[in-house]
Ligand binder design. Structure first.
Ligand code: HEM
Length: 108
């Protein structure tokens, strides 16, 4: 297991999403899970689906046990720099945009 602790930008993380080089961002920490893929009790596909993204919500939705959290400590390789990555914009922004489009359609 690597001893290196680095900082990863959002752009850098986005490139680390392949089976051979898979990193996950969970609660601001970056985990190298490519070797763990085949051992993950929840399967490899769910991890691949979160590769290079902020997987915090997906991870927390499962309510992983303390065993999982101990394992994570071994997979930690660094931290996320800069702004928090989100896979989806906040609901409020989506609603505002939809309202603006409807308003424009009514006007023209
Ligand atoms: C470094 C990250 C992760 C580690 C070390 C990890 C570890 C584990 C472990 C040890 C289990 C067995 C149950 C437990 O002890 O909690 C498990 C189950 C599971 N995990 Fe993860 N996991 C990680 C990330 C994720 C992510 C990001 C997702 C979702 C995208 C996920 C989805 C699941 C699912 C669906 C199960 C099966 C739950 C069940 O069958 O009841 N895991 N994981």
């Amino acid at each position: 297991m690597t001893e290196k602790r680095s900082e990863f930008s959002a752009a850098e993380l986005a490139t680390l999403s392949s089976r051979s080089n898979l990193h996950l961002l969970i609660s601001g920490k970056v985990y190298d899970v490519h070797e763990f893929l085949h051992e993950h009790p929840g399967g490899d596909l769910v991890l691949l689906g979160e590769g290079g993204k902020d997987a915090t919500k997906a991870f927390e939705d499962i309510q992983h046990t303390d065993d999982a959290k101990e394992l994570m400590a071994e997979l930690l390789v660094g931290y996320h720099t800069g702004e928090r990555m989100t896979t989806q914009e906040p609901k409020q922004t989506q609603i505002k945009r939809k309202t603006a489009i409807i308003f424009q359609l009514k006007c023209f």
